[in-house]
Ligand binder design. Sequence first.
Ligand code: PLP
Length: 424
Amino acid sequence: MSDPAALDVFDRRESEVRGYIRAFPTVFDRAVGSTLIDADGREYLDFFAGAGVLNYGHNNPVLVRALVEYLERGGILHGLDMATSAKKAFIEAFERFVLEPRGLDHKLQFTGPTGANAVEAALKVARQATGRSNVVAFTNGFHGLSLGALAATGNSHYRAAAGVGLDDIARLPYDGYLGPDVDTLDLFEKMLDDPGSGLDLPAAVIVEAVQGEGGINVASVPWLQRLRELTAARGILLILDEIQAGVGRTGWFFAFEAAGIVPDIVTVSKSISGSGLPMSLVLLRPEVDVWKPGAHTGTFRGNNLAFASARVALETYWADSAFTDAIAAKSELLRGELEQIAAEYPDLGFVVRGRGLMYGLACDRDRGLAGRISKAAFARGLVIETSGAFDEVLKFLPALTITDDELRRGLGIVRESLDAALAG
Ligand code: PLP
């Protein structure tokens, strides 16, 4: 941790809105793989991976090389949405390594670079394509903080900051919200079929296959399949928000693949560039691509430098199954260790949930515990975040390229930090 004086300028000049700097108060300087290094040379193991942006690790040498080569040869850095060689090569790689192997016929829309930009575009096009305004979103869903995306986001802390009405969204319970014995889609189906329910026929449903910010809640395969059937039967578009759970995070390229469903619209961001550079896209089934030319424009659509690393990431990690096999093995290790911790502390009632390398250790009985563990872990050289409506979930989001040794070392720090948090 840096000398507190090193953070003076942030306290003095950076808006009160700053967030993660408060949980991880040091001045980070360099990073490699799963290690962050602060300005004083102290190393931190990273179990947060930029909230899911750094699936291939920090400064992955293959991806950095791609960026350096692109810069050195004077590749286009800004091209609005004009055709560039970098964009062409990215689209071709995405078609070859992602769309074609999965039999997806979706078109690509490049939006502004943030996840929220992609969500705004997805909601807008769904409303245009159907001529309806209502969209169903789920409890504990997180879709970003610009107004349209915020309306779909559940958390009251973020909603309270809006200052305007967050309209045209109907909220329904996510899978498991009412406990394991209730299929929450019974309610949705009944409301769709009941003219007295007060639910206007939605343009779309927006859903995360695994909720990240909402507390690592996993939608079951049958629930996702039923959601696909219900929506398809009624002409409701299904939007899968893959911004956090996508790009390999759950062990599949897309988290929805586990359910074998095909969404109408998919939002992708965070790790798609591979290098940490901002980049987002929306995948649209051709019949949903009702945009008029230039109707949803913006200056920064398509970050050409990001295209360069994104292409190489796809070529390097998605040409065969070696990467997903490795994620599956590390997922076993992580899950096994978390279940072991849960078994060792029965009084805390820990619940372990997740998929791939996206896991949560939830403690509803002591909702401050996850935050105390995160703080104790930072003091011991581990960056790990919390999530959930009460920040009651310790969130494990390591780089997918993390080594087994690093994973074990970080889990050891979590154990020590848990004991410290309980003692303190
Ligand atoms: N959707 C999901 C599922 C997310 O997890 C996030 C961010 O965490 C977003 C959308 C918003 O992305 P951004 O913060 O880049 O706007």
